[in-house]
Design a protein around this ligand. Structure first.
Ligand code: SF4
Ligand code: SF4
Length: 263
């Protein structure tokens, strides 16, 4: 395979970008990080390797950080990253990837940010449908230019991107990664829960179980917010932060698509 794209997604924004890019690139396969990150013999044999994932706490999601640290990339020579976000753009995730790749004697060739609708409903409410449409239109244009860059092995990252490090962002992200497993303590299901099990199925790291039909969170959370956003009854809450917020998932990404990332 010429290009392999490894992706991580919670509510489908990154998966949609990954699918669109897969369609455009010649000989490209998608591999979900949630499916492979615990494998012992994790290795890529493709010439080009892409990483597509959301920005979490100014940097890499923990699962992506752990996956990148572990994967063997000896046979690959061109690396690119596409980071979806809702507006908080900084170079820290690119610097984190570069540091991990440098330790494997590799370097990041290209990096891109794509703004997508907010799904972090424990912090902010979702964008209006009109604004979401604007994000999707801009994303489509961006995918065209990413495709051209990757197809021709172009580099778009100068040294300056890696030299000016934002120490505060790195510390902020490390604090998140060190503690995220227990960030699920504020989740609970309201009485309107029907015990349908969708939250259990969409969780990419199997962090939810049903005990006598009631969801329990098992403290190995990645904070992707798939559970709270995909619950059909909208009955999962995160403390009092989500009582008034709406729910979001990418309109073209289904529950089945999210479940498939771990199967
Ligand atoms: S998805 Fe919602 S309704 Fe279904 S089991 Fe989970 S909390 Fe209950
Ligand atoms: S428990 Fe919810 S927020 Fe945590 S990893 Fe699973 S789906 Fe994502």
């Amino acid at each position: 395979m010429k290009t392999t794209i490894y992706y991580f997604t919670g509510t489908g924004n990154s998966l949609k970008i990954a699918k669109d890019l897969e369609e455009k690139l010649e000989e490209c396969e998608l591999i979900p990080i949630a499916k492979v990150w615990e494998d012992d013999d994790l290795a890529s044999s493709s010439e080009k390797v892409g990483f597509i994932f959301p920005l979490y706490y100014a940097g890499l999601p923990k699962i992506v950080y752990d996956f990148l640290s572990k994967i063997e990339l000896g046979k690959s020579n061109y690396f690119f990253a596409v980071i979806t976000n809702a507006g908080d753009i900084n170079n820290t995730p690119l610097q984190q990837i570069e540091t991990i790749l440098n330790a494997k004697s590799k370097t990041l060739s290209a990096g891109f940010f794509i703004m997508m609708p907010n799904n972090y409903i424990i912090g902010y409410d979702v964008h209006s449908e009109a604004r979401q449409k604007e994000f999707f239109e801009e994303a489509n244009k961006k995918i065209e230019s990413i495709h051209k860059t990757v197809e021709t092995n172009e580099k778009n990252l100068g040294k300056d991107i890696f030299e000016k490090r934002r120490i505060k962002s790195e510390k902020f992200n490390k604090g998140f990664r060190d503690n995220v497993y227990r960030y699920d303590k504020s989740f609970y299901a309201e009485d309107t829960c029907t015990s349908c099990g969708i939250c259990v199925k969409v969780c990419p790291v199997n962090n939810i179980t049903l005990e006598e039909g009631i969801p329990q969170w098992e403290h190995k959370c990645q904070q992707c917010l798939a559970c709270i956003n995909f619950c059909p009854e909208k009955c999962i809450q995160f403390g009092d932060k989500t009582l008034k917020t709406q729910r979001y998932h990418h309109p073209e990404i289904t529950v089945k698509d999210i479940i498939n990332q771990k199967n």
